[in-house]
Design a binder for this molecule. Structure first.
Ligand code: GLY
Length: 546
């Protein structure tokens, strides 16, 4: 018994580092980041190196065929949000996924050449390196190129993306047969693509042979992509969203991510509640957190979209008076049926994703949180000849038709409709937490629409419930997103007593085996020690400090 308890305690101990920490969902990518830091690179150099390494060793999720967000906080307090989310091709149109009867054809937005948004990862990583890094492109990409050219050996944890997922039995897998444990995967085409990017920068991807190969394949297969789509692609930079939660300053992703705004709206609603006193996942704590999530997701789905195309009412959504009005609408015990919860502003207006997150803090206190994605498992499932990487199906994150759920069950509105050059609304939530102006936590996760509540729970687990960062990322999760009107939960997220109490109050539940892969770092304010937590749901991952 004592031995079992010791084993459990050991399993839940976070990685520790006096200088720096890297947490990703693939150990070779983590090591790539640590190696860059050890030879004097900063957190941004390491983040770019990890981004390319994950594209090789975590090919379900790491990518150069998708897009994402990088949240940077330099040790001097400078903050930057780099938006390299995919854009809809110029020939995309609002109703492109509707059939002749006006019904959504989900296959079209999820698989094949019509599902692809113009990828942003290469330009995003290049921008970050140029503006905030210290090393050359070829230096930070050398490990990824080596892993692609000379291969890496598949370990049991690497098989997770292939088991029980739509990728199982999928014949379009870039390497032919599904890989097996012990096999060395060599990716020559991907190595050549990375080599040309290392040499020629984003020009190789957006104006050179890579774009040409993708566009040719797209045109042969009924897709929309053109060379102009690639040449016109741009990365945006902005300031992150901020909110206050107790004595913490939460820094997170602004639109076109819904992540930071929704996370902050939930935190604003729950901030007066004594969650720690009520207890982790107790009936009362669950009720109030779930009701806050229900209301924030209703707003998310109605009000948010690409800021280049719509006005996002961020100030109104994050106004403390608005949070107070939403709190008033929460009954002490009974759930509010989602059909009674309408987006609240008075203005007119599955774990089954292929996203990954990583967190890095360097010796100087520079921090980077990156979440990037090709959306569904193995994205659109297509690989252009000679390129070696999967292309995204990010177009499914748009509203194909108002009121019709996307693959994450999100029932979204007009503001997220498809328009040429527009970025689809995302839930990716790379986030940092500051206390007394100092970096206290870096966190984020994949998980589709559940990404936001994963970020929320990792923060609450650390700062309200006193868990260490490894416990915080491992703890079983719950989630509510307005529609469907049910609490989604992982096994062991609730005791039987709690579930019975909440069922009696009127809550419906839906069990999901597991979701997310949070990669988080917590900094001890007294010692400066960096603690890393890597999600045990993805055993290939590693948090490594030094
Ligand atoms: N592709 C999932 C998201 O960006 O929310």
């Amino acid at each position: 018994m004592i031995f079992a308890a010791l084993l459990l305690a050991a399993a839940l101990a976070p990685a520790a580092g006096t200088n720096a920490m890297v947490a990703t969902e693939q150990h070779l990518a983590t090591q790539t980041g640590v190696d860059i830091l050890k030879v004097g690179g900063n957190a941004v150099d390491a983040a770019v190196a990890v981004g390319y390494a994950l594209a090789v060793v975590d090919p379900c999720c790491g990518n150069i065929g998708g897009g994402g967000f990088m949240l940077i906080r330099m040790h001097d307090g400078r903050e930057r949000f780099i938006d390299f989310r995919e854009k809809a091709p110029e020939r995309a149109s609002r109703d492109m996924y509707l059939d002749a009867r006006g019904n959504v054809d989900p296959e079209k937005s999820r698989k094949g050449w019509l599902a692809i948004g113009v990828p942003g990862t290469v330009m995003g990583l290049d921008r970050a390196l140029r503006e905030y890094g210290t090393m050359s492109r070829s230096r930070v990409m050398s490990s990824a190129i080596d892993l692609a050219r000379n291969g890496y050996v598949v370990e049991p944890g690497d098989m997770i993306p292939f088991e029980g997922s739509p990728a199982e039995g999928y014949s379009g897998w870039a390497f032919g047969e599904k890989p097996h444990v012990g096999e060395r995967i060599v990716q020559r085409d991907l190595g050549a693509s990375l080599d040309s990017i290392a040499r020629d920068g984003d020009g190789a991807f957006y104006r050179g042979a890579i774009a040409r190969n993708i566009v040719d394949a797209s045109q042969r297969n009924g897709g929309l992509l053109t060379m102009r789509d690639f040449a016109d692609y741009t990365v945006d930079e902005s300031q992150p969203v901020h909110c206050t939660y107790h004595d913490l300053d939460v820094v997170s992703a602004p639109p076109p991510s819904s992540g930071g705004v929704t996370l902050c709206e939930i935190l604003n609603i729950i901030s007066p509640y004594p969650l720690a006193q009520w207890g982790w996942h107790s009936p009362r704590e669950t009720h109030y957190v779930v009701e806050a999530e229900r209301r924030a997701y209703a707003d998310r789905n109605a009000y948010l979209g690409d800021p280049a195309f719509v006005h996002d009412p961020i100030a109104q959504l994050l106004d403390p008076r608005y949070a107070a009005s939403l709190r008033k609408s929460i009954a002490p015990v009974d759930p509010t049926p989602s059909k009674q919860v309408k987006p609240g502003l008075h203005i007119t207006v599955h774990e089954n994703d292929d996203t990954t997150h990583y967190s890095i803090v360097d010796k100087d206190g520079n921090a980077v949180a990156v979440t990037y994605t090709i959306n569904d498992w193995f994205g659109s499932g297509v690989v252009a000849p000679h390129t070696g990487f999967f292309l995204n199906d990010e177009m499914d994150d748009f509203t194909s038709k108002p009121g019709v759920p996307n693959m994450f069950g999100l029932v979204q509105g007009e503001r997220n409709d498809i328009q040429p050059g527009k970025r689809p609304l995302s839930s990716m939530t790379p986030t940092m937490v500051l206390r007394d102006g100092k970096l206290a936590m870096v966190t984020g996760s994949p998980g589709g629409s559940r990404i936001i509540t994963i970020a929320l729970e990792t923060i609450l687990n650390v700062f309200d419930f006193g868990m260490n960062v490894q416990q915080a990322v491992d703890a079983p999760r719950m989630h509510m997103q307005w529609l469907p009107d049910q609490i989604q939960y992982e096994p062991n997220a609730f005791t039987a007593t709690t579930m019975n109490a909440l069922r009696t109050d009127g809550y419906a539940f839906s069990e999901v085996p597991f979701w997310g892969s949070a990669q988080a770092i917590v900094i001890d304010p007294k010692t400066g020690m960096r603690y890393g937590g890597t999600d045990r749901r993805h055993p290939a991952g590693a948090a490594i400090g030094y």
